[in-house]
Design a protein around this ligand. Structure first.
Ligand SMILES: C[S@@+](CC[C@H](N)C(=O)[O-])C[C@H]1O[C@@H](n2cnc3c(N)ncnc32)[C@H](O)[C@@H]1O
Length: 254
């Protein structure tokens, strides 16, 4: 289990580099539909990052709690939550110990943004899914997003760039470039921040490793813990197809 986040020291930049409006426009309707269908009234979000999903969900789910391993992420999340007058309770925990701190059981557990890829391997995946099952009520719903690593691995070793993001504020342009280095089941993830000034360009990099979990890993780890397990390939509820789907979203029922 990785006790430190790949994004440690990068929370503020992570928050700036993500286009939250765009993400919520894509993920929001999927989550709303799913949680309404299952009459979800309490939810725990794992690896919540700067809290935007939890805050959004609290607009239609009564009790929302969220945790992250990174104190800086939680500081951002609490700030946004109080700005939005949301009633989300955030707490510091990691995937390995969150049931002790979760304070009760929930109708649903959510984890977005490929955060499960921060786990070190199949053993941790199974342990963390067991924790998820522990914090769910009978019939509770788990929604876990990963990117489709099988698609990435299928294209062979190499570098995969994610669309860069440019931000200009007060005459200073910042470019965020994210890319993956694919070799085997451990995938390098790199964030490059370029500060573009008249005097020149300076750069900061932030790197870590992810585990490329596959369909069989996630389904095997969920077996025996969740009665029903379904995989979607994207936020439009399309079925997961190994060779073409951009995402791999597990929707499991306890
Ligand atoms: C890529 S961000 C995703 C954040 C947010 N869920 C989203 O969708 O944008 C990954 C998050 O996982 C958190 N994280 C990494 N390892 C963790 C662990 N072992 N336990 C809890 N959170 C962890 C990081 O701190 C970070 O906030």
């Amino acid at each position: 289990m990785n006790r430190r986040s790949v994004l440690e020291g990068f929370a503020l930049d992570y928050d700036r580099m993500v286009d939250w409006r765009k993400r919520l426009a894509i993920e929001g309707p999927f989550l709303r539909k799913l949680f309404s269908k299952h009459a979800v009234r309490s939810l725990l979000e794992g690896a919540c990052g700067p809290g935007h999903h939890a805050i959004y969900l609290s607009s239609f789910i009564e009790r929302v709690r969220a945790f992250d391993i990174d104190g800086e992420m939680l500081q951002l999340a609490r700030g946004y939550s109080s700005q939005a007058k949301a009633k989300v309770r955030f707490f510091l925990a990691d995937f390995l110990n969150f049931p002790r701190k979760a304070n009760g059981v929930f109708d649903a557990f959510l984890c977005l943004g490929n955060s499960f890829a921060h786990l070190q391997g199949r053993k941790d995946l199974r342990r963390v899914l067991a924790n998820v099952a522990r914090v769910l009520k009978p019939e509770g719903l788990a929604v876990i997003h990963l990117i489709n690593f099988e698609l990435m691995l299928g294209e062979g070793p190499g570098v995969r760039f994610v669309s860069p993001r440019l931000i200009t504020e007060k005459g200073l342009t910042t470019a965020y470039v994210k890319f993956f280095v694919v070799n085997d089941r451990r995938i390098g993830v790199h964030f490059v921040k370029l500060l573009i000034r008249r005097e020149g360009i300076s750069q900061e990099t932030h790197s870590g490793e992810l585990t490329a979990f596959k369909k069989d890993d996630i389904l095997a780890a969920a077996k025996g813990l969740f009665r029903r397990r379904e995989l979607f390939g994207d936020y439009d509820f399309s079925r997961y197809v190994r060779k073409t789907s951009p995402q791999m979203i597990l929707v499991a029922r306890k």
